[in-house]
Design a protein. Structure first.
Length: 257
């Protein structure tokens, strides 16, 4: 029987996102109080705050862990129009018997958006260290770290325009080894534009020519979309996309090939 554990968040405002790391032993939370907190699961099964810091000058909407192959790396995005990439560093032990001091260092701040950055997600490790962001200006931006040993250097590889403000995005991690990369993005735009109820958009990457991201599908959702996620693929010939709006929408997507 699962026993729920109540945790005092210690945030001073609304928590907007929570995310487990790859191994499920750490949690990151972010809030309108502009802070990020890291929680560790100790040997007694209790979640404790191991790190807490002011990450942005506005509400922190979302966060994303990178694959551990690239180190302990976290991305955060905010109302302050920026995306920050953080790396946990381990200092020397104060004394031989004490635990080494850990702290989170901002490696870079991505400032291309002119409006609130509403979501950020690291891509599949097979593609290297890449980060997708979306913002209220209706643009998906995809960044690459050409040298994973120097996380202060990032390149804006692609910007993909959408005609509506975007609130969330997700990678389809399951497709990368056999099919073209895919990203789905959702909009929380309240009013329809010209009677168009499309609020979810699918983009695929094509290697033809110089390579570009192309919108392949628009899905009609009548209410604002707040979150979106692909299901892990365990061998299906199709893919499943869940959309959180006023209702929960679940789509089955068959690859065009």
């Amino acid at each position: 029987m699962f026993e729920p554990q109540e945790i005092r968040s210690e945030h001073k405002d609304v928590i907007h996102d929570v995310s487990y790391d790859y191994y499920g032993q750490r949690i990151a939370t972010c809030s309108s109080d502009q802070t990020v907190k890291i929680w560790d699961h100790n040997e007694k099964g209790v979640w404790i705050v191991s790190s807490s810091w002011k990450a942005h000058s506005g509400s922190v909407w979302r966060l994303s862990w990178a694959h551990p192959e690239f180190g302990t790396v976290l991305a955060t995005c905010s109302f302050d129009r920026t995306v920050s990439v953080w790396e946990e560093t381990i200092g020397e032990k104060p004394t031989p018997t004490m635990t080494p001091v850990k702290r989170w260092v901002r490696r870079t701040s991505l400032v291309d958006s002119r409006t609130s950055v509403t979501d950020c997600k690291f891509g599949p490790k097979s593609q290297g260290l890449i980060l997708a962001t979306c913002s209220a200006d209706g643009i998906i931006r995809i960044y690459e770290a050409p040298d994973i040993m120097n996380l202060s250097q990032w390149t804006l590889a692609y910007d993909v325009a959408c005609k509506m403000p975007l609130s969330c995005l997700t990678w389809n991690y399951s497709m990368f080894r056999i099919q073209a990369p895919m990203i789905a993005a959702g909009s929380d735009e309240i009013q329809t534009i010209g009677g168009n109820n499309s609020r979810v958009f699918l983009f695929e990457y094509s290697v033809v020519g110089n390579g570009k991201w192309t919108k392949t599908e628009s899905l009609n959702v009548y209410d604002p979309v707040h979150d979106i996620a692909f299901s892990p693929n365990v061998g299906r010939s199709y893919h499943i996309l869940a959309i959180a709006s006023k209702d929960l929408h679940i789509y089955s997507i068959s690859p065009s090939t």
